[in-house]
Design a protein around this ligand. Structure first.
Ligand code: SF4
Ligand code: SF4
Ligand code: SF4
Length: 264
């Protein structure tokens, strides 16, 4: 079990920590690392590109695979072009939704005031773009020099720490229901478990009680219900703007999940 955990950490150390979910793991790099140990192919990290697929193949002693393609051109280090998000600030309505969506807390602003992106921290993960109700976030090419390896590793370590801090804050916000819930579905337990194994990471504490004096099972169901309702609402809004068969199916699945949770 210790070896298993160490291997997950070694894999996670090679992943870019963009937390973008493009590998198919919505909650980011750590769940993908865990799934690789369980047997998933190690060539799915799109921002990592071929260099990360090759490093993972070496670490795992598996055959090298062609990395999944990015839509962006390849940089001099063999990885896809780095991108940055930029808010068209005169159009921002200050709804704060992008703040919750940003896994590395690169957005500053508060309710009803214009928001800005801290360019140095932004990884171009694009996660802030879909929640923005007025579509005022653009993605632009990062024109800075491609970082050398040591600098990239330092950046990754910082992004990992920022993500854990973000999860801790969102977990508290979700339970106290302050502000919009955008990524409440993160598997906080998994990150809490790993945060306890690494002293360099912010320690994630999962609040065990809420002020509402309900049993933990009731609280869990209530949170689950709130998450599903919020996802449903979001999908309904998106479908009202543009029909999409995949989202329509997700809506049906979520509706079923909601019915199950409500026991109807
Ligand atoms: S950076 Fe790579 S491993 Fe991490 S979430 Fe994105 S695609 Fe997955
Ligand atoms: S600002 Fe947007 S694109 Fe940049 S890291 Fe945050 S969520 Fe990702
Ligand atoms: S989601 Fe869009 S409108 Fe809302 S605060 Fe962020 S940038 Fe502004």
């Amino acid at each position: 079990m210790i070896l298993h955990t160490q291997l997950i950490q070694q894999i996670d150390a090679l992943l870019p920590q963009t937390q973008c979910g493009l590998c198919g793991h919505r909650d980011g790099c750590l769940p993908y690392a865990q799934s690789i140990v369980a047997g998933e192919a190690a060539n799915k990290c799109i921002p990592g590109g071929q260099p990360v697929a090759d490093e993972l193949a070496r670490l795992l002693n598996r055959p090298a695979l062609i990395a999944e393609q990015s839509v962006w051109p390849i940089q001099t280090d063999g990885r896809p072009q780095r991108m940055k998000a930029v808010i068209r600030e005169d159009e921002c309505i200050g709804c704060t939704k992008c703040i919750s969506a940003c896994p590395v807390d690169a957005i500053i602003g508060s309710a009803k005031v214009m928001h800005s992106i801290l360019t140095d921290l932004c990884t171009g993960c694009e996660l802030c773009i879909p929640p923005c109700p007025v579509d005022c976030i653009d993605l632009v090419e990062d024109i800075q020099i491609v970082p050398a390896e040591q600098q990239r590793i330092a950046e990754q370590d910082d992004l990992r720490s920022r993500y854990y801090a973000h999860i801790q804050r969102e977990e508290s916000r979700r339970l106290t229901r302050k502000g919009p819930v955008v990524r409440a579905e993160i598997d906080t337990q998994l990150f809490a478990q790993f945060s306890q194994k690494d002293t360099l990471l912010p320690n994630i504490q999962i609040p065990s009680n809420t002020e509402t004096a309900v049993s933990s099972i009731d609280a869990k169901s209530t949170i689950e219900l709130a998450k599903v309702r919020s996802q449903l609402k979001k999908l309904e809004k998106q479908l009202a703007v543009r029909p999409d068969p995949i989202k329509q199916q997700q809506l049906i699945d979520l509706q079923k999940q909601l019915n199950n949770l409500q026991g109807t």
